[in-house]
Design a protein around this ligand. Structure first.
Ligand code: GDP
Ligand code: IMO
Ligand code: MG
Length: 421
């Protein structure tokens, strides 16, 4: 079985928790896009882990963890992440990093910050990890790949070529240029440290497909942040949706069996960009505090709002979602007023799609239906049947509105707080 676990909203849906939960039945866990802009929180046995670029199967020594070619990898940050795991007692693991994954270099981070500053009030609110600028170089064909770090002469040539362009850009933006020698030596060393993990992961993965292994593809971010199908330009620079899997791994699309969309029971967004169902005031504050809605990577308060099923239907369509996991459902217990967005109103018309331009999307007003509330604590509930009637009604309404079955309901951050339907 080849399963894709993908964010169905604007990221931070609880993918880490579900990947970890489902990883128990997997042979291989694969990150196929993004980089250390991701923050995937996992809780088990009383310990809390926040993974950024390492796949969420890392806690189980039997699982092969793959950082595939579609990722952008900051070698320094990846080594620090591994060192942190070591310090928490996670020392026995299997990790494979694609020789074709793009390297995030220090100039990518400097330029990410400088572009944001140059945009003034129109900044995207990136994680400033050099994600977009590293992907831009990959597509401009001046990127450096992980495998390049292992070949001294070839890496020297690639870095020279890259610096001749990047230093012009840095100078233009009033930033300090970067010298070849220290960068070269530093990144050669990272290459040597990562060497035991580096391989052609497409060969590895296709062999696992031949063996009929259980492979779990762990998406980062969410469909609404997709470079192709998200709320452009307020997006990340990769394709978090199911369509990112074949290109980001070298596994043909025909081998993907099931796509599970991870979806909060409400909506959140970090960074700028339209958010039609966004709430403010006391209710927003109440949800943010109950859901601990602060960014895992940047600590920024997340914007919060009611569940948006226009965006969710968009995610189901783009990612071909076969089923959904509804996360942070416990947060809604005791809410004073509960609504679901069914459609948008755009210039007096009721619509059921995401407009392609931000100017139109900004004019969209949510059309809500009122939902009955419940006050019971549901964090210890183990089966769907035991949920309060109004909570069951909420879940049924989501299924009806997005025409996709709910397979899991999460009622707390711990591995054990998961209802399978
Ligand atoms: P990801 O990026 O999609 O992996 O999500 P994050 O880890 O950034 O954010 C999700 C947050 O919600 C984390 O702090 C999780 O520990 C937490 N979480 C996940 N599922 C649940 C749940 O069902 N209930 C509650 N209260 N918290 C949850
Ligand atoms: P996980 O995997 C939520 C957002 C940033 C910004 C935009 C572009 O934890 O769900 P980038 O640094 O990628 O160029 O920033 O995307 N963003 C995320 N939002 N969860 C994430 O990852 C995100 N990764 C990037 O806030 O708006
Ligand atoms: Mg996150």
């Amino acid at each position: 079985m080849r399963l894709v676990v993908t964010g169905a909203q604007w990221g931070d849906e609880g993918k880490g928790k579900m990947t970890d939960f489902l990883a128990q039945k997997s042979d291989v866990v694969v990150r196929y896009q993004g980089g250390n802009n991701a923050g995937h929180t996992i809780l088990f046995n009383g310990n809390k882990y926040a993974l950024q670029s390492i796949p969420s199967g890392i806690f189980n020594p039997k699982i092969k963890n793959v950082m595939a070619n579609g990722m952008v990898v900051n070698p320094k940050a990846a080594l620090e992440e591994l060192a942190k795991l070591h310090s928490m007692g996670i020392t026995d693991y299997q990790l494979f990093i694609s020789d074709r994954a793009a390297v995030i270099m220090p100039y990518h981070i400097a330029l990410d910050g400088a572009y944001e500053t140059a945009k003034g009030g129109k900044m995207i609110g990136t994680t400033k990890k050099g994600i977009g600028t590293a992907y831009a170089d990959k597509y401009a064909r001046i990127g450096i790949r992980i495998g390049d770090l292992l070949d001294r002469d070839y890496f020297a040539e690639r870095l020279n070529d890259a610096l001749s362009v990047k230093n012009l850009e840095l100078k233009m933006l009033g930033l300090e240029t970067m010298e070849f020698e220290p960068l070269f030596e530093e990144y050669l060393e990272y290459g040597q440290k990562l060497k035991p993990f580096i391989c052609d992961t497409s060969i590895l993965l296709n062999k696992e497909v031949e063996k009929d292994s259980n492979i779990l593809f762990e998406g980062a971010q969410g469909v609404m942040l997709c470079i192709e199908h998200g709320t452009y330009p307020f997006v990340t620079s990769s394709s978090p949706s199911t369509i990112g899997v074949p290109i980001g791994t070298g596994i043909p699309p025909k081998y993907i069996d099931h796509a599970l969309g991870i979806c909060k029971a409400y909506n959140t967004r970090v960074g700028a960009g339209s958010f039609p169902t966004e709430l403010d005031g006391d209710l927003a504050h109440w949800i943010r505090e109950r859901g601990h809605e602060y960014g895992t990577v940047t600590g920024r308060p997340r914007r919060v709002g009611y569940l948006d099923t226009v965006a969710l239907r968009h995610a189901c369509r783009i990612s071909g979602l076969d089923s959904l996991a509804i996360m942070l459902f416990d947060v809604l217990s005791g809410i004073s007023e509960l609504k679901i967005c069914t459609n948008y109103e755009l210039d007096g018309e009721i619509i059921d799609f995401i407009p392609s331009t931000l100017s139109a999307y900004n004019r969209c007003k949510p059309v809500f239906i009122d939902m009955p509330i419940w006050n019971e604590d549901i964090t210890q509930i183990k089966s769907f049947g035991d949920l309060p009637e109004n909570a069951k009604f909420y879940l049924k309404k989501i299924e009806e509105l997005v025409k996709t079955k709910i397979a899991y309901v999460s009622v707390g951050p711990d591995r054990t707080q998961t209802i399978e339907i």
